[in-house]
Design a binder for this molecule. Sequence first.
Ligand SMILES: Cc1cc2nc3c(=O)[nH]c(=O)nc-3n(C[C@H](O)[C@H](O)[C@H](O)COP(=O)(O)OP(=O)(O)OC[C@H]3O[C@@H](n4cnc5c(N)ncnc54)[C@H](O)[C@@H]3O)c2cc1C
Length: 359
Amino acid sequence: MKAAIIGGGFSGLCCAHEMERYGIQPVIFERKSFIGEPVNHVTSIISISHRPVYDALKYYKKQLNIDIKPLGLIRRLIHHSPHMTSEIKGIHGYLLKNTADADSTKIQLLSQLKSTEIRLSVLGDCKKLSNEYDYVVVATGNYAEAQELGAWQEWFKGMVRGAVVQGDFDPEALIMWINKDYLKDGYAYLAPFSRSKASLILVVSDVNEREVDHYWELFLDAENIRYTIIEEFKLEHRAGYVYPLRIGNTFFIGNSAGGLDPFLGFGHFNAAVTGVAAARSIAAGLDYNRQLKQIIKRNLEMRQFRKVFDNMPNKDYDRIITAICLPGIKQLLYHSPVNISKIGAFLSKFILQKDKLGR
Ligand SMILES: Cc1cc2nc3c(=O)[nH]c(=O)nc-3n(C[C@H](O)[C@H](O)[C@H](O)COP(=O)(O)OP(=O)(O)OC[C@H]3O[C@@H](n4cnc5c(N)ncnc54)[C@H](O)[C@@H]3O)c2cc1C
């Protein structure tokens, strides 16, 4: 069987890895001259956002056969809203290195591939490849192919501005900020590479390249952040819904399948799940939509959550940050297997309905 994967990012590599297990030797077309992340950053996988899965890396290993070593554990989650700060201790997930170094997530996975052919510096053309190959997997990390095939519905359009900074950090702490004054309805976070290096990321909706610079400056000033910046980048950030997820012999995976969660823009988990699911559909005939039922549902719930969050004033952000620290709520949210996106979506629906009636 001939299978082509367009994009050698995380989802494409996961897909190739699973295809190999079924005896398929796929060809990966990668437009860059190397495999690995073009912008150095730390990826966080927070267990609260993938319930019922509690430990994502254990799930990768047991259910998806993907074995990757993290940078470390997240043991402190610190949230800042305009007037409140909360700190939740415990094991909250993992920090992963996303660079092109040997110990980065993608290179760890690449080194486990045995028979996949990788063609670097080649743009994969979906239409052409779908005529030449039995199956094509679109893993380009963006919406372009799905949009061209009429399968993309946009949910979130914004910009990411990020930096690698030097300073003095707790290597087990993930720090997040929400504040309408300088982030609109976006957010910022700091995730450490080590004690002396961290990834600082800002995500803002409905802004262009110049406007995001303005918010970046506001953020650094407001939070009095004075770290030494050693690398910087800006990226477009789009989240959306893809339907259908398979068109003829073409499968969408990762961000190209709408895998970025519309609440925090996290997509690592969904990239792994969709990549492996597409390989299983191709190799073993499993129903692709059925395998993705859970993550589609969760993304729809997160979307609901996002709508309410976007309309909240700063004082509600303070209330949320206060509430998550209350003993019973903290226990329920962070230390029980309760499905947060489900509850969040239910409450969000209720709030949206109430707002509509109140107007
Ligand atoms: C700065 C940043 C921070 C993030 N932080 C987090 C986080 O903390 N937690 C989390 O869960 N997620 C995070 N994410 C999202 C997560 O990294 C992505 O959801 C995940 O990597 C998606 O994998 P993918 O395979 O779809 O895309 P990618 O990993 O982006 O791979 C796409 C690949 O396709 C290649 N490509 C594109 N077009 C073509 C073409 N036509 N032909 C050939 N090759 C092509 C690209 O060069 C790239 O190598 C972050 C993303 C960024 C950018």
